[in-house]
Design a protein around this ligand. Structure first.
Ligand SMILES: Cc1cc2nc3c(=O)[nH]c(=O)nc-3n(C[C@H](O)[C@H](O)[C@H](O)COP(=O)(O)O)c2cc1C
Length: 343
């Protein structure tokens, strides 16, 4: 248990650490499979996110050098590169962590929060919260395998009758885990209802390593309320950052009271184009255009919300075209005002 004075000093600007790594802000981009590719993580990081975490990487696939899995774990150009691994075999998780560190990861995150049936059905992700002994042996194996700091992302528990995140988090701290993230839902809630930020406070009371709160944070006001309710050191933002990865930097600046200049439409267009081109480089033009579609739609929709944007017909074209250059042109136009488009 820590006293409130220690909590205040750890919340001082610039003091948040992941192991020995000092983090530049207290708003993080959440790991999201199929979403937080290296293009999105680079943009978020450059725009001021305190930390970005890779998509979940299945340990066995990573060890088998599966190409798609390797791309998920790509970290080139990131100041702090965190690879999230998932699995339920200590030796495999340890080996995947070792390989990720050898490939340049500065930190390893272990997934104990994914509710997906295909992950839970393999008894990984949040299913591990029902097997605390196994969960701890995975953590022990990974901590022993790497010199990089190890973090864990979990939920409040499996269901409302088993809210074991505090007990598990405390035991993980004793095993050498450097940071814990808690998504304020149980596994059985999937993504339903509202995340319970106040319920995360029980984890705050149980650990003294940095705590990150997650779930339904979409603005600076949300982040402030989430940190106040949970006592966490940092806020993690997932879905709300799609189509506007700079949001994480905006929240990080606001939490530290640093000035924030919103990126201009031109800067936003450039960031979106850089993200898009990264996907084309990574996956090749044919697959890259398809992979990018969910991002293209999200960029276009946020631009429309802010009074810029495409006509409905052009938006449809943006998310259906197989012509990489046409998509790039439309994406650029999405950040122009109606007057600019007409000119
Ligand atoms: C499409 C999608 C993919 C996700 N993939 C992962 C993942 O790979 N690893 C993980 O720990 N959490 C994953 N999550 C959960 C998010 O990290 C986060 O906990 C959740 O979305 C709640 O935060 P939010 O309300 O800010 O989106 C995923 C969520 C979504 C929506």
């Amino acid at each position: 248990m820590i006293n409130s004075g220690e909590k205040i000093s750890r919340n001082a600007p610039g003091a948040l650490r992941l192991g020995a790594i000092e983090l530049p802000g207290r708003a993080f981009l959440a790991p999201m499979s199929g979403i937080t590719d290296i293009g999105m993580r680079r943009v978020a990081s450059r725009c001021g996110a305190g930390l970005v975490i890779s998509e979940m990487v299945a340990a066995n696939f990573y060890i088998a050098a599966d190409e798609e899995t390797r791309l998920r774990a790509e970290g080139e150009g990131l100041p702090v590169h965190v690879v999230q691994i998932a699995g339920r075999e200590p030796l495999a998780l340890a080996e995947a962590a070792r390989l990720a560190e050898a490939a340049g990861a500065h930190a390893i995150d272990i997934n104990m929060g994914c509710p997906a049936k295909r992950v839970v059905g393999g008894y990984a992700g949040s299913a591990l919260m029902r097997e605390p002994d196994l969960a701890l042996s995975l953590v022990r194996a990974v901590v022993a395998a790497v010199t990089a700091p190890v973090s864990v992302k979990m939920r409040l528990g499996w269901d409302a009758d088993s809210l074991n995140a505090p007990v598990l988090a405390r035991a993980m701290e004793a095993e050498g885990v450097a940071l814990i993230t808690v998504h304020g839902r149980t596994r059985n809630q999937f993504y339903k209802g509202r995340a319970d930020w106040a319920a995360i406070r029980a984890v705050r009371e149980a650990i003294s390593i940095p705590l990150v709160a997650n779930g339904d944070c979409a603005s600076l006001a949300d982040a402030r309320a989430m940190l106040a309710a949970s006592g966490a050191d940092a806020a993690m933002i997932g879905r709300a950052a799609m189509g506007r990865p700079w949001l994480v930097g905006e929240i990080a600046a606001g939490l530290d009271g640093r000035p924030w200049r919103a990126p201009s439409p031109r800067e936003r267009a450039n960031a979106a184009l850089e993200h898009y081109r990264t996907l084309l480089d990574l996956f090749g033009e044919r697959q890259g255009v398809r992979h990018a579609r969910k991002h293209l739609a999200a960029y276009a929709d946020h631009a429309m919300d802010e009074g810029m944007g495409l006509s409905p017909a052009m938006r449809t074209k943006l998310v259906t075209t197989t012509d990489a250059q046409e998509a790039a042109d439309l994406l650029e136009q999405a950040f122009q005002s109606a007057q600019e488009l007409a000119a």
